[in-house]
Design a binder for this molecule. Sequence first.
Ligand code: PHE
Length: 337
Amino acid sequence: MELAALEKEIIEWDLSTPEAQQRFRQRFLKRGGVLDTLLGQLKDFPPAERKERGSYLNRLKELAQQRLASTQAAQAHQENPTLSDPTFPAFYIEAGSRHPLSLVEERIIRIFQRIGYTLADGPEIEDDWHNFSALNFEPDHPARDMQDTFFVDPARGILLRTHTSTVQVRVMERQKPPIRILAPGRVYRHETISARAHVYFHQIEGLYVDEEVSAADLKATLEYFIHSFFGEGTKIRWRASYFPFTEMSAEVDIGCLICGGSGCPVCKHTGWVEVLGCGMVDPNVLSACGINPERYAGFAFGLGVERLTQLIFGIPDLRLFGQNNLQFLQSFRGYAL
Ligand code: PHE
């Protein structure tokens, strides 16, 4: 039999149905099929022809096997694309998600990094000097009370820091102006845990000290931040306030994002929510940290990460941040702020 004709037959055989495949298998691949029979008759050929004919027949057998296998693979792929196509996207793998507080903290940091702030860090277990005294707290200030502060060693004044302003002190003690830092971190307060208060939360402290720093710089910086974070149209209200370590002190409110100013539980029906505290660093604090207040001035601000996160995501209860509830955490999957 003419082998070239057999090759053509193998290539052109219609394999679209299982029955056609079965016939193909019987004709070319089974024992007693045409290729098998021809291989068996090889011994009748002169040795010179035998070798070439034998390898041709073996190639035809391989060709038939390949045609059948690739047709069946293509059909399996059509029925179930994910199983058989190596170019198909991989199987879904359960992915983690960023904690909303991390998302918000990183966004705040990026906004300040754009105007030259660098990161600073400090310990969570602090001493009285860095948490209170250097920051101009009077000896009988109520925040020094055990009611408000967790003490690790009350006799030696070792405590869990109640604010990130401790990092201001540490940076000013070791660095000369110009200083422009941002200090994110966890802080602790002796509170009853509720939807609105927790024993720990996260702050971000900012500090800028240089010659000729003014309240106008403070105002421009924080307005830049608020408009970058909450959006250009956000309404801002400045309120005079008091902190021992700043002189002039202020708190900043924004127009409530939930109700747009008409009044709701989040803004306690005032239309405004407080977002940060700030002020010009008190000259006593500069002196305590070894910086000459005659030559230098500075401003500082502190903001609560939980508070901002609650506002932009509409999270009603502070306790959700620390409960490791999977449903809550997974709702932030894929978020990039
Ligand atoms: N440390 C203040 C607080 O915890 C916030 C603050 C920081 C206020 C810096 C003014 C300047 O309430």
